[in-house]
Write a protein that binds this ligand. Structure first.
Ligand code: DQA
Length: 145
């Protein structure tokens, strides 16, 4: 089975409690469980991680680059300004899919409209809540088929 990493950036560990009017009521633990189950349906072994530390995210992305592992990435706020995340994504060779629960391009803060991940992503899934992760895994599965 192909291993896929689902990597989540800062504040996403508080999903379900964090601004539920924007991000929904599903908790991070529930999201992680669902991603594993959706992955199994697609024949993928999914590992879900979250960090509030940019260096940890860069280390995970570097390891994914070394090992040729596909990635679903919600870089959260780093999406909008982290050139370290940009450079790490640039090194990936297996498919990368960018995912967001909300649609940052439709939100009022101008700074959310830019993404350092998109230039390297095979697809961007945004504004579909937690179900967006299912679609992102589906994109990975079909790009590997
Ligand atoms: C987010 C959108 C980002 O703008 C924000 O900083 C997040 C979450 C999303 O999933 O909608 O933390 O990536």
């Amino acid at each position: 089975m192909t291993t896929v990493l689902v990597l989540n950036g800062p504040n996403l560990g508080r999903l379900g409690r964090r601004q539920p009017e924007i991000y929904g009521t599903t908790t991070y633990a529930e999201l992680a469980e669902q991603c594993v189950a959706w992955g199994a349906e697609l024949g993928l072994e999914v590992e879900v991680r979250q960090t509030n530390w940019e260096g940890a995210m860069v280390d995970w992305l570097n390891a994914a680059a070394d090992e040729g592992i596909p990635v679903v990435l919600n870089a959260a706020a780093w999406t909008h300004y982290s050139y370290a995340v940009y450079d790490a994504c640039a090194q990936l060779t297996a498919p990368l899919v960018e995912v967001h629960l909300s649609d940052p391009s439709a939100r009022p803060e101008e700074w959310r409209h830019a993404s350092v991940v998109s230039p390297h992503a095979r697809a961007v899934v945004a504004g579909e809540g937690v179900l967006g992760y299912r679609r992102a895994l589906g994109v990975i599965a079909s790009s590997l088929a």
